[in-house]
Design a protein around this ligand. Structure first.
Ligand code: THU
Length: 134
């Protein structure tokens, strides 16, 4: 069912993590994803002296998605400073959902899951389209 090379994708996330700017939390995060055209993108967290303005690694990933041609995410992984799989925060699950391909897979602390499993009954673009169409 799942032919993703998670070890390779996690290696990309770990490399991305070396570019993190996390002087306040000392908690670097790296993420990587496969896009539906096969390319691989990544990101790292970038903090700010105004703590609440911190950009999670997923923000960089989503920017990279659009800056390198757009498309939909089919597989995603996230690692912490030790290289262990990290669950994306709630806001970032929403970010990922917006750009997900149907059935997008995520490597999580409790195994590979679909985007619908990690953000059930998600609010998304469809709700806005449906409302406008009424
Ligand atoms: N962080 C991410 O980059 N992504 C997540 O999904 C969880 C949290 C970052 C934000 C902050 O720089 C650090 O982890 C500690 O919260």
């Amino acid at each position: 069912m799942d032919t993703i090379d998670w070890d390779a994708l996690r290696a990309v996330a770990n490399e991305a993590k070396t570019h993190a700017y996390a002087p306040y939390s000392n908690f670097p995060v790296g993420v990587a994803a496969i896009v539906d055209d096969g390319r691989i993108i990544s990101g790292a967290n970038v903090e700010n002296a105004s703590y609440g303005l911190t950009l999670c690694a997923e923000c960089a990933l989503v920017s990279s998605l659009h800056m390198t041609g757009g498309g939909r995410l089919v597989a995603f992984t996230c690692v912490d400073g030790h290289g262990d799989v990290l669950m994306p925060c709630g806001r970032c699950r929403q970010l990922l959902y917006e750009h997900s391909a149907p059935g997008m897979l995520l490597e999580t602390v409790s195994g590979v899951k679909t985007i619908d499993e990690v953000i059930p009954d998600a609010f998304g673009p469809r709700h806005l389209e449906d409302y406008r169409a009424e």
